[in-house]
Design a protein. Structure first.
Length: 412
């Protein structure tokens, strides 16, 4: 992009964001780097129905009780300077607070001769527990010239056994995860976040998905994936700080209270699975389908004993079952996946369906260890193929008056 068009794109970005005035005044008074006054940032509204707060120790959408829908998008940055990226994150902070309040990103325009500042498809809807989670990848640091601030652990994932990754679903610089109980609320959020940054970022890949679970007055059952097994039972508890500290959140450095997110688009071969006997399906996971209990046990949360034997001393659970292999890796990750269904594969006439696998961990090594075990030996491999992949550092949570990525941009 030429300097001229870069400049124009940036001006458009500011205009659409409605921040030009405030930003330029502060910028010209030389408040080094602080482009917007902190009081400028929108506030979480209190007592709003179905609302999750934007501000907090961690970003939303990680320890939030899982919602029914996701829209996950990965963006590429066009040529941008650090200060432009910083501005974009400030605007995204503001937009995100409004979106999670269930409000338009800006007041709806009165002038019908101009495009509306908010695209408008959520008029009349509430926040629907919308959460927005932002992450940046290794290539983000390179493109913006911030490599020396990249956490050492943030590296592209290695190639795993049996990976069949498609470039169309791999890589990218920034990810935004929108989750809520309404697919249109997610779409609206992503659409407006991208719209305000148009010219600065382009869309690389995206995946929407769904989750279904029984909700008895807030008592939510573990969702089932498209193989009909409960998915999420073995997760660290989102209510236990000790488990979050041990497995999920980064404990020091500028990225403290951030986490690494791994996204894998995993195709599930439903037709093959549906031809498989229920007993073999259960052996594949090491759990019963109906209750989700470990084989040999009764209840979903009974302890999984990979070496459990029957009364004749025969092993009940195969060492290559999915859960046994995960246990052998001696670590854990917080999985927050969603099913997807993208129509029909034109080559096979089969469903193009699977799992948008998303896991949060304080070190990518946790995922790598588990996937190395599984990629080579997992009984589940007969029924799945990894098609897409991304790794991102989810930025630390934002306190009121601060903006997304502030602890990184303050170092420059
Ligand atoms: C389409 C692909 C996948 C499906 C259908 C699937 C399904 C399941 C199911 C049904 C369980 C048992 C219940 C539970 O604890 O959630 C489980 C457990 C687990 N899975 Fe997966 N999974 C998939 C991919 C992966 C991948 C790629 C990883 C990580 C590399 C992974 C890591 C785990 C872990 C850590 C557990 C918990 C084990 C424990 O109890 O400690 N899964 N998965």
């Amino acid at each position: 992009m030429s300097n001229e068009s870069n400049h124009i794109a940036r001006r458009d970005f500011l205009k659409l964001a409605g921040v030009g005035g405030a930003g330029l005044i502060l910028g010209s008074t030389g408040v080094g780097g602080t482009f917007l006054a902190s009081q400028y940032f929108a506030k979480d509204k209190k007592n709003v129905k179905n609302k999750v707060n934007f501000y907090g120790k961690y970003q939303s959408g990680i320890t939030t009780q899982v919602q029914k829908h996701i829209y996950f998008v990965v963006l590429s940055i066009n040529k941008m300077s650090v200060s432009e990226v910083k501005e974009m994150f400030k605007t995204w902070t503001n937009y995100s607070v409004h979106l999670m309040n269930g409000e338009p990103v800006q007041e709806l325009g009165k002038n019908k001769l101009l495009p509306s500042p908010d695209t408008g498809e959520t008029i009349g809807l509430d926040a629907n527990r919308l959460t927005l989670t932002f992450g940046i990848s290794p290539s983000f640091f390179e493109k913006v010239g911030l490599t020396k601030h990249k956490p050492e652990l943030l590296e592209d994932l290695p190639h795993f056994p049996k990976d069949q990754l498609d470039k169309a679903y791999t890589g990218g610089d920034i990810c935004i995860q929108a989750c809520s109980d309404d697919p249109q609320v997610n779409f609206h959020a992503i659409r407006n976040l991208i719209r305000v940054a148009k010219g600065e970022v382009s869309m690389k890949w995206s995946q929407s998905g769904f989750n279904s679970f029984k909700d008895t007055e807030g008592n939510i059952e573990t969702p089932r994936n498209l193989f009909s097994f409960k998915d999420g039972t073995g997760n660290p508890s989102i209510n236990k700080q000790s488990e979050l500290d041990k497995f999920v959140f980064i404990q020091d450095g500028w990225a403290k209270n951030g986490t690494y997110i791994v996204a894998r688009r995993i195709q599930m071969l439903l037709e093959t699975w549906d031809r498989t006997a229920l007993e073999e399906q259960e052996a594949t996971f090491g759990r019963y389908r109906h209750s989700g209990a470990p084989i040999g046990k009764e209840k979903e949360y009974d302890e999984f004993d990979p070496d459990i034997k029957d009364k004749n001393g025969e092993r009940l659970i195969e060492k290559e079952s999915h859960v046994s292999l995960a246990k052998q890796s001696k670590t854990n990750i917080l999985r927050r996946s969603f099913s997807y269904s993208d129509g029909i594969n034109p080559n096979t006439g089969a469903f193009d369906a699977g799992l948008l696998f998303l896991s949060f961990q304080k070190s990518p090594e946790q995922f790598i260890k588990i996937q190395n075990k599984m990629g080579a030996a997992d009984k589940l491999n007969e029924y799945i193929t990894h098609r897409g992949s991304g790794i991102f550092l989810c930025l630390p949570g934002v306190q009121e008056g601060e903006y997304l990525g502030e602890t990184l941009f303050n170092r420059i």
